[in-house]
Write a new protein. Sequence first.
Length: 202
Amino acid sequence: MNMLAPSRFNASTSTPAGSNGTKYRTPTHGVVIDHQTPPSRLDLSGIGSVPALCDLAFNTYRSGHCLASRESGHWRWLATEDVQCEVRRLSLGMLRSGVAPGSRVALIGDPSPHWVIADLAIMAIGAVTVPLFPTMSAEHLRHAISHTATRAVIVLGASGWQRVVGELGRFRVVIVRGAGTTGGRVLAWHDVQSLGDTVSYE
């Protein structure tokens, strides 16, 4: 599955390429699904990017427990298919929002599954991730933005928002999740993903 293409995954019929025919079972969204045992090694021929490598790994080693975050005292798991869908929707939405291939996109926030998803989405459209951190000084932050000619930023959580809110004038596109106020060039994460849903790729 290409992360920029709509998912056609059918859990009841799918068999990972190169499987040896041995059944195993994994829970996905509370449903136990039969799979074929995946190969012990991946064929990396033709893999030219990190998102492509992740696609291959996710399609081969499907799991209901791919990425996790702690929310309200409970673990929330994302399945491999969920991660692929999140990346596809965000990356296509970023293109519709004016983030061009080859551009630099800052990414700031605490470590989380959505940091991974945002990073993969940036790479999936051929852009470059500029990692920033809430613990950076204002001077260091401004230097990193200026030095890399970054004109777009993805902000995850309140700590990231507090760090960049005074620098919003430096960006043409601002995407926020879990913090801040939207409007103008400041776009909500889910709205960008909704824009991605309007793109149809064969």
